[in-house]
Ligand binder design. Sequence first.
Ligand code: MOS
Length: 694
Amino acid sequence: MSTATRIIGAPVDRLEGDSKVRGQALYAAEHPVDGPVHAHLVQSTIARGRITAIDTGAALAEPGVLDVVTHQNAPVLSSTEDAELAILQSPEVGYRGQPVAVVLAESSENARAAAEFVRVSYEEAGHDVVLRPERTDLVRPERVNGGFETDDGRGDFDAALAESEVVHDALYSTPQEHHVAMEPHATTAAWSEGELTVYDSTQGVHWVRDALTGLLGIDRENIHVIAPHVGGGFGSKGPVHAHVVAAVLAAQRVQPRPVKLALTRRQVFQLGGHRAATFQRVRLGADSDGQLTAVGNDVVAQTARIKEFAEQAGVPARMMYAAPNRRTSHRLEELDIPVPTWMRAPGECPGMFALETAMDEMAIACGLDPVEFRILNDPDTDPETGRPYSSRNLVACLREGAHRFGWADRAPAPRSRREGPFLVGVGVAASTYPVNSMPGTRAGIQARPDGRYRVQVGAADIGTGAWTALTQIAADALGTDLDRITLSIGDTDLPWASGAGGSSGITCWGSAIVDAARRLREKLPEGGPVPEEGISAIGRIPDNPYRGRFAMHSFGAQFAEVRVHRDTGEVQVPRMLGIFAAGRIINAKTGASQLLGGMTMGLSMALHEKAHVDPRFGHVLNQDLAQYHVASCADVKDIEVDWIEEDDPYVNPMGSKGIGEIGIVGAAAAVDNAVHHATGVRIRDLPITPDRLV
Ligand code: MOS
């Protein structure tokens, strides 16, 4: 094995870790700019209606205030098709918290204080913010997120269900959840002679530029977006949101001075998007041996009236288990709420909570062990497409996990184990995530005469370790050492790249880098010197001929142990174990962190997270970290992750499958199934709060 091949998979420390710890890594609101103006948003206090008057006089008279931008004086956008982004263009209000004015001042304190003095009058229309699955005016979207079909089916689902010897039919729900990344969304924008520079906290600089190109109607060459470091995104910073437009429009008013706009934590709850609440009716049929005959999931999710987002929660039921009959569907309820968005494993995460809880119930109904029940129903080929899998190692994950977790010691009956005042139980759930790829990424590599390489790709590191993993991939592809690589990412001056989303970053950016390295090797003189100006090559994602021939997914098995206090209903999770099969792991350290983080987020989803929406006013009541509880260190005990060796030559040149999202998938179901095992109480609606267990 050469040095280079050992670079892939090595637990290399984050290359930018030192600069982050020292505070030298710059985030969107921190880039030094000349004479910044500080912005604070004024937001609608009604959920639906129109502005009848705005009085900015008192705000303008406050110290340090330079301007108040409203729909009456804001620059006009070239495109107003996207109602989430077309802010300050009309008096219409589509959700509570929508930006209706931007106060610009010499300090952020001045701006925030003056924002209180902007007087907005409204004509209110009726609003509805609460998802009710029984409504009759549900909308059937054309497609659901990810471009999937809205409905699908196979065989005769109704007949198969009617004839099944064991039938399970239950309604599950997942609440509206929020991302709460450590770095709140922030944008610094500056105009100079028709050119726009934007420092943004984003999962994709080119995505931001492309969106702004359409909104502003100017050449993309005149927009420069920069994001070297991002403090978490989880999907929230994938699509552009309204505050970016607010900063850009405000900066146009005070140009050439730059405008800094950092959202408060509460504003992130209103403007950063959220995971749509879902109701899912899961129906399973099986024969007396426990072989599934029918699998169905009918999903109702919330969306915004102003712009559609369709959470694809029914999609994983199409491919998880072998059953000759299937039906999945998605319907939406349009509400007067902010637009839902991607949140870590959109679709799979809520969808697998419902399916994997139902699978636990079905295993019990069939008298089978939940691990063995899943293995019994593991398909040989993809049930949705009929194609073989490029690799599918769910069974290996379940067996390895069961062995390491001590699953064999589990007494099948609920309430079998007590420790003092605690009821103790263990649960399992399966996990999956597709191997996504997006078109268009290019990467450049330049060989330097000193034996070093400059690698350039407009990628994003949102805290995942992409800086390090991409450097490892480049070193491997070039057959050189890590310290010979100088990587540049997070800048639209670099070749176009898709963003960090759908766990596709490494697949897209890495494939383009490997292709660039191949092209560069073809150009490099055999052993000869590299000329002073260097030698460059541009790579792109090659067409993958295997995409149409194989189904490509990662899999995993999640195990959880819980202790439920007999008197208080408090749930503790002393240990979790996740075993994944996700192809080759590029960096064993940052990769493990991704999986750990995902499982922690799943634990948090299981026990804590829920946005409480006030039906009277249409806002989230618990819109800060004091009240929207996410798992803290004290909630998380022993979480262990590992993966099985999986050699998949079909997915991409690295053999990697993507690990950003699979860690959260199934984790909440594993906890929930463990709670049932401990207590005998079945919770079908997240989160699992103590009041429901006493
Ligand atoms: Mo992921 S929710 O696509 O960032």
